[in-house]
Write a protein that binds this ligand. Structure first.
Ligand code: MSP
Length: 648
């Protein structure tokens, strides 16, 4: 039986961060688990979403042609998955000509079946930003630049989404696990029940996209294009028994893109008379200090520094153990190192080295015979419960179960005290020593197999140290049973798999590398480095001496204008009661229009080292409160206060 799964295809307007890595790691773990369940082949598709206005503008900002820009960023994603050892089968870029053909094919099938019509789209458009503002009403300003939007009408192709409401609701009803978890399923059902509007699936205002057949100036709307990658990657491919790889067995996504996957995508496929994916699983967000980690919030953490300092498995373990899959969860370096030391170094790593060292010491490196019944029972129950949890994508629960086996064996070793038996030469003590060692080694073998999908690198090393010759990847879950470790088997050389990590220097190193990787990525993307979340909040306690170093002053905005090509930036001239007004470039354009700012009193960090942004030198920083999930709010005073006043 084949199993086909996918990750979202990631936008290339930003370099990968651990949010993207999270999904791809989870997909890789599922792939490995499915193989262990006996599915063959298990095929994983990932890739990059390269068309549309956002990417076009990011390329422009970087001073590159879209093709060159997207090629560079796509390579960065691919490199990230490769260095992490993630086993994808297809890395599909939407710019791939094969994909262009597939999207046109989908469109033509939908058209042939009467699901497409030409209509006129009327909406608000920002001429300056060349952007549709879907949520705006006539007269509303552009949320990006604050300039007035214009009502435009353009001819578009529409997809008859509304006509599919009934069939979609029937699908959710008949296949309750089509969308998981249930919270997401309920949201989708409520959304469809409200009534669907037809969907405009082409644009004439964008150039960077897949041209619509027989139309000179239309390109496909990004989602009509992007979703199709899942099918493009395996179109026409079959397993060795002739089964089509399509439909996908699983689309793994983040919760913010459920609607596209659970409403639009099945509707497109229904219209084209193509088989529907079997399941959509939406996981939660990785948060940093309560906010979704994202480039636009400037609070991202990159995976590469963590890999270099702690290894890929440390991050895999943390993400899958700490966060309940399907719910939001927080990331912090402290929690990462804490988990590593308590569970990997002191838990699994310690069990492995202690067990194997004793086998060398007391039994000349050969597995002795004997087995403890109580631990056997715990191990058998662990196999069942962990497999069930992983089957349901409950990684955290599955890992918890495996760790209770590890703790039970640790406790068992301490209770038995093999070092005491070793001193007694009587047959009973020697048999008890054999039994303790065999039981620990066998439990270690069982744990290693169960953990391999989550900790592939480390488990392969423990496996070799156990002296196993059969490849770890070929072990099947249904054949796994207690007692398969052969007495007499020679074990290998013992090497610590998870050395304890000293938190402070490790975190410092990761922070330093984070800045380095951020700079590398910024050079690639041709923009200012996205500050790391950690850099933003590092060292939260300061002394008064630190504080007085910051020169905070009241200023008054004399002029404000948008910075061309930057959605968030405003170029301000601020009077600080100095000889000349200061130039300050502030990332507040999404919250304030230039008009709202002129004449306003603001708080400025006046002694910040000058910084160049988009060719402008900013001589200071404006103070604003950042609200969870919202826009910045400027600090201001209720009382009148003269320009130039110092804040102490
Ligand atoms: N291009 C679309 C997807 C098209 S799929 C046909 C897109 N791309 S994206 O680059 O924004 O990636 C979104 C996905 O990345 C999320 O759905 C999720 O899988 C992952 N994540 C990005 N940031 C994340 C977090 N902060 N937390 C968890 N997952 C995150 O949307």
């Amino acid at each position: 039986m084949k199993y086909y799964l996918t990750t979202p295809i990631y936008y290339v307007n930003a370099a990968p961060h651990i949010g993207h890595t999270y999904t791809t790691i989870a997909a890789d773990a599922i792939k490995r688990f499915k193989r262990m369940q006996g599915f063959d082949p298990v095929v994983l598709t990932t890739g990059t979403d390269e068309h549309g206005q956002k990417v076009e503008r990011a390329a422009k900002g970087a001073g590159k042609a879209p093709e060159e820009f997207t090629t560079a960023v796509a390579a960065e994603f691919k490199k990230q998955w490769d260095t992490f050892g993630l086993q994808y089968d297809h890395f599909l870029r939407t710019s791939d000509p094969r994909h262009h053909d597939a999207v046109r094919w989908l469109f033509e099938r939908c058209q042939k079946n009467g699901a497409i019509y030409k209509g006129s789209y009327t909406g608000q458009y920002c001429v300056f930003d060349e952007l549709y503002v879907s949520e705006a009403k006539p007269g509303d300003p552009c949320p990006d630049c604050g300039r007035p939007t214009e009502t435009v009408t353009e001819e578009n192709y529409f997809f008859k989404l509304a006509a599919f409401s009934g069939r979609l609701l029937e699908l959710y009803e008949k296949q309750p696990d089509f969308i998981q978890p249930d919270t997401r399923r309920n949201e989708v059902i409520a959304f469809v029940k409200q009534g669907l509007n037809d969907l405009s699936i082409s644009r004439t205002t964008i150039k960077w996209g897949i041209p619509v057949p027989a139309e000179g100036n239309h390109v496909f709307y990004v989602w009509f294009d992007a979703l199709m990658t899942y099918l493009t990657a395996v179109r026409g491919q079959r397993d060795s028994e002739g089964h089509d790889l399509w439909p996908a067995d699983l689309h793994l996504i983040g919760k913010e893109i459920v609607r596209f996957h659970a409403v639009y995508w099945p509707a497109f496929l229904m219209a084209a008379e193509l088989p529907l994916p079997k399941r959509i699983f939406a996981h939660g967000w990785l948060l940093f200090e309560h906010d979704k980690m994202s480039k636009s919030r400037g609070n991202i953490v990159r995976a590469e520094p963590i890999r270099r300092v702690m290894g890929a498995d440390a991050l895999r373990y943390f993400l899958l153990r700490e966060i309940v899959f399907g719910q939001d969860g927080s990331f912090s370096y402290d929690a990462l190192v804490g988990r590593y030391n308590s569970d990997l170094a002191n838990g699994l790593g310690n069990l492995a080295s202690r067990t194997l060292t004793m086998i060398h010491q007391y039994r000349g490196g050969a597995i002795p015979p004997g087995s403890d019944d109580k631990i056997r029972q715990v191990a058998c129950e662990t196999i069942r419960a962990a497999a069930e949890a992983f089957y349901n994508f409950e990684f955290s629960k599955g890992l918890e179960v495996i760790w209770s086996l590890i703790s039970a064996v640790d406790k068992f070793i301490v209770e038995q005290g093999p070092w005491k038996f070793a001193k007694q030469q009587d047959t009973e003590s020697q048999a008890a020593l054999d039994r303790t060692l065999y039981t620990s080694a066998e439990a270690l073998r069982v744990a290693t197999i169960l953990l391999a999908p989550v900790l592939p690198e480390s488990c392969a090393r423990i496996w070799t140290q156990l002296g196993m010759t059969e490849p770890l990847g070929s072990v099947r879950l249904d054949a796994l049973a207690w007692g398969q470790l052969h007495a007499g088997q020679e074990i290998g050389e013992v090497r610590g798999v998870f050395p304890r990590i000293d938190a402070k220097p490790a975190i410092e190193k990761m922070r330093a590398l984070e800045a380095e990787v951020a700079a590398e990525q910024a050079a690639l993307l041709g923009n200012a480095p996205t500050p790391s979340a950690e850099a933003a909040s590092a060292g939260s306690q300061i002394t008064i001496d630190d504080f007085v170093k910051v020169d905070l002053r009241v200023g008054q905005v004399l002029s404000a204008e948008r910075v061309k090509g930057a959605d968030k930036l405003l170029h301000l001239k601020v009077d600080l009661a100095e000889a000349e007004p200061r130039t300050i470039v502030a990332g507040i354009a999404e919250a304030y229009t230039p008009e709202q700012l002129i004449g306003r009193k603001v708080v400025i960090v006046a002694n910040l080292a000058p910084r160049k942004l988009r060719g402008l030198t900013s001589n200071g920083m404006i103070v604003a409160a950042s609200v969870e999930g919202g826009k910045p709010v400027l600090a201001s005073f209720l009382e009148d206060i003269p320009v130039g006043a110092h804040l102490k």
